[in-house]
Write a protein of this length. Structure first.
Lengths: 224, 224
């Protein structure tokens, strides 16, 4: 019951955020209608980062506490985060093509997002290749910690390297401020997408918990 | 103190294992020569072009070679069931990592130094006048590759398809090392050689971050 209510709430919020980004937010001066993809693009990036932060914290907790639930949380958040970062990587080029004239540029933000995507694909891939649940949890937790520590280093190195590229269009300092209505719509979308993330992680966590229990039972039966 | 003593003993063991067979170093050298020769077909290797592409291809070759070379360092122990013996014999599990890391770095550096004249001759890029600075960059980069690589080798040794998995886990982690060492090498091989202390500092920071992470979390990878 509670879960269904939450699901309904998430759907309503997503619907409202979509409506607002099309009809409430003003059309941007230079970019026009395509700029509205921004309300999906940027909040998704932040939500993805929140998900990966959750994975990192869960990885640390697993290493020190050794409770399976932290492993379940880590994999759930990593999968959902990967879905969000995929959305970012798909909506980015769709937006970039009409505005910049190219689908992709090897700019600091784009490149580090891509490397982030690769790191978590590797993390999930590693999990599929270890059978023993305890070993899998521990090995992937340590890799997850390494991957997360790598993220700022990746970003910094690419930033230093590609300084000739245009500076970030958004949050780039003076003269790049947003219309107040745009900010409100951005906030709506962020809250809606964050709620969706929490909902998905919870669902995925329950699935992983059931899988873990079924796996433990099967092992017990095999041992007996 | 005890840590250093154990590390020295284990390092000796690693060296002796390698010197008995010399498999690792010879195969790695052949691999790098192959990559360097094959790369020459992808662009016109005149002196100017080589200065542009050479440093990158050199480091890519080192990265790929390392991801092959790091493979046996834990696999060998696992196949011979010697990992538990090692763990029981050494009071601090970090010593096992430190010894393997030191040995791997030494092997990698050795192959790199042997490859350097080959690269210089084939691509018409003089390296002698900057050799001390270049050795510094090679050292900082190789330590970075081997710190992350030794940890990842311990992770991938526990999984299925480990030969394929190691590069998949390692290469995205090493993006910052690739960028920093390529840039530092390119600056040294330019018309007016310059030691880029910022990139060298960045490499040192990477080495330090991952060495600390290995010190804190490495022991969990050696649990049974």
């Amino acid at each position: 019951m509670k879960r269904n209510l939450f699901a309904l709430l998430v759907v309503l919020m997503l619907g409202w955020a979509a409506y607002a980004s099309f009809f409430v937010a003003p059309t941007e001066n230079t970019m026009g209608v395509i700029q509205r993809i921004f309300y999906l693009h940027m909040p998704s990036a932040i939500v993805a980062f929140c998900a990966f932060l959750t994975t990192f914290v869960a990885n640390l907790l697993y290493v020190f506490r050794r409770q399976q639930r932290w492993d379940w949380l880590a994999v759930s958040a990593a999968e959902v985060g990967l879905a969000y970062i995929t959305v970012v990587l798909i909506t980015g080029p769709i937006w970039a093509h009409p505005v910049w004239g190219i689908w992709w540029t090897w700019d600091a933000r784009l490149t580090s997002t891509f490397v982030l995507w690769l790191l978590y694909v590797s993390y999930l891939l590693l999990r599929t290749l270890i059978e023993d649940p305890h070993r899998r949890a521990l090995a992937s937790a340590v890799y997850g910690i390494f991957a997360f520590l790598d993220v700022p280093l990746v970003h910094m190195s690419i930033r230093w390297w590609r300084t000739q590229h245009p500076q970030p269009v958004l949050m780039g300092g003076p003269g790049t401020g947003l219309d107040p209505r745009m900010k409100i719509v951005l906030l709506y979308s962020f809250i809606a997408l964050l709620s969706l993330m929490i909902f998905l992680v919870r669902q995925r966590y329950e699935l992983e918990a059931m899988r873990g229990e079924a796996d433990a039972l099967r092992r017990e039966a095999e041992a007996a | 103190m005890a840590l250093l003593q154990t590390t020295a003993t284990l390092f000796n063991k690693e060296l002796r294992t390698e010197l008995r067979s010399r498999e690792l170093i010879t195969t790695t050298i052949v691999f790098i020569v192959l990559v360097v020769v094959l790369f020459s077909f992808t662009f016109d290797p005149t002196s100017t072009e080589s200065r542009r592409f050479g440093p990158g291809l050199l480091w890519l070759a080192f990265l790929f070679a390392a991801s092959l070379m790091l493979q046996p360092c834990f696999l060998r122990e696992q196949l011979n069931d010697t990992l538990s013996a090692l763990r029981m014999a050494s009071p601090d599990p970090f010593a096992i990592f430190l010894a393997k890391l030191a040995a791997n770095t030494m092997f990698l550096l050795l192959t790199e130094l042997l490859m350097l004249p080959v690269f210089a001759v084939l691509y018409n890029v003089p390296v002698w006048h900057v050799l001390p600075s270049l050795a510094l960059v090679l050292f900082a980069g190789s330590v970075g590759i081997c710190v992350a690589g030794t940890a990842v080798a311990a992770i991938s040794a526990q999984a299925r398809m480990r030969e394929l998995l190691l590069p998949l886990l390692l290469l995205p982690l090493l993006t910052p090392v690739l960028i920093a060492s390529t840039e530092a090498t390119a600056a040294l091989l330019a018309e007016k050689p310059e030691l880029r202390l910022d990139w060298l500092g960045f490499l040192a920071a990477f080495d330090l971050v991952f060495l600390t992470a290995l010190w804190l979390f490495g022991e969990f990878l050696l649990e049974e």
